[in-house]
Write a protein that binds this ligand. Structure first.
Ligand SMILES: [Zn+2]
Length: 93
């Protein structure tokens, strides 16, 4: 499927609701009943975004922002793995 857009589409952090260019965020996608970090930014599926900061990433496990954004219930083990993945990425910067 081909998509085109004339202007940059801003993304919204699912935790703090900040909007910015997608490069400022980490993408999270829903894959079946699981959610995972889309490191390459190219997985298909319903996705959402979170800021590249510890506060927002940890906010994922403290709120149900992710379940709400992805319209599914995400189990706590899954969230734990996801949060660890995301924190690992910002630690590399
Ligand atoms: Zn945020």
């Amino acid at each position: 499927m081909k998509t085109s857009s004339r202007k940059e589409v801003n993304r919204t952090c699912c935790v703090c609701r900040r909007t910015a260019d997608k490069r400022e965020f980490l993408r999270i996608v829903r894959a079946g009943d699981m959610v995972e970090f889309d490191k390459e930014n190219k997985k298909n599926g319903r996705g959402t975004y979170v800021c590249k900061n510890k506060k927002c990433i940890e906010g994922i496990s403290e709120t149900n922002a992710l379940s709400h954004a992805l319209r599914c219930s995400v189990n706590s083990d899954n969230i734990k793995v996801l949060v660890e993945d995301l924190l690992g990425v910002i630690a590399e910067d």
